[in-house]
Design a protein around this ligand. Sequence first.
Ligand code: PMP
Length: 407
Amino acid sequence: MPSPAYDPERELKDLEPWQRELREQFPIITGNSHLAYLDSAATAQKPQAVLDAVHTYLTTTNANAARGAYLWANRTTELVERTKDVVRHFLGDPEAGRRDARSGVHFTGGTTDGLRAVARDWLAGRLTDGDVILVPAADHRANHEPWLEVQRLLAARGVHITVRELPYQESSGDYDHRAFPGVVDPRTRFVAATHVHHVHGGDMNVHRIREAVGPDVPICLDAAQSVGHLPLSVARLDVDFVVFSGHKALALPGVGAVWSRDTRGPAFRPGGWQGTPNTVGIASLEAALRWLDAAGTDRIDRWTTALAARLTDALRRLPAYQVLGCQAGLAAGAAVQRRHGIVTFRHRDIPSDDLGFILDSHGLMVRADDLCQAGRTDGQGSVRVSVHVYNTVQEIDRLLTVLGELA
Ligand code: PMP
């Protein structure tokens, strides 16, 4: 985490030669330099290495996995098994590379699909009458609805569980850890949390949840906005499930993974018959994670955090705009930069969807709506700018010029 003396301008200057070389590897970006893609929290663009991996797989090896024992089928099965280990390695799992690894990697359709699988195929069978689970109520809907579905499913069988909201503080964009003792009790059996918030870009400090619930309660982490954006270590986070989407981590849509371990409960296994896996997606995921690893997720985080800081700093000087979440951090002199490449704001007079149209007419592609945030019923949208390694200082400044004119 950046220190209070953090200087984003210096970061951007230091990393610029490194970044320029990486940006060159994204054909959709270099081929459209008149446009600025500022919606990577929704989905990320793909480097040439990922496009090549997809092409190579489909033109040399395409077959079904774990079915058939001929050359291409075997190679595809190997690809799937190898990519499980690439995922382990990428997530800092100490069992990566071990033939007897007890941690599991299961490929899914994405984060939504993965969280639902953990809810339905693991959690539902483990809860008994009177148990309590803690879930985020101001995070992505994908990390809220599956847990409520479990509650409904169990209620239909006469098992009544309590679903409590993880205390959350709008002003900081973080969970309110001081209020944790009020919701944790001896019947707490499970916590669902988010690693990096998709609206505010803040790290949700999951270590504080671990401190509050103690060593025995499983934690499931929605890492949709952190995998591929910053270094993530399951060893350090001490969580039991990490769920993410390939498409936000430079791979194709339609593939994701659930990483899990069996130290606080039985191993996770998706229920029922598993059909054909998304082998092309898995090929793209292998290439994407290797590419990210070589680029360095620490530097990617430094770059995207510094771009977000440049934007936040400038918006703070324009009273027409209100930056959402982390308001406490916006006090002069404080470290406002604790945003991992995501900044969400509103104009005080211009409705957010209008602002989105205006920015689009300037070739600035941002997200402007309710951002799929659970519990958001005020009908007030917001504008989200989210960056990845291919975005530049010039793109942020182009955005700021237009926002400045509208201020
Ligand atoms: N969780 C978070 C934090 C997200 O940002 C998103 C996607 N915006 C999701 C879950 C859902 O991901 P997907 O649509 O890939 O399933």
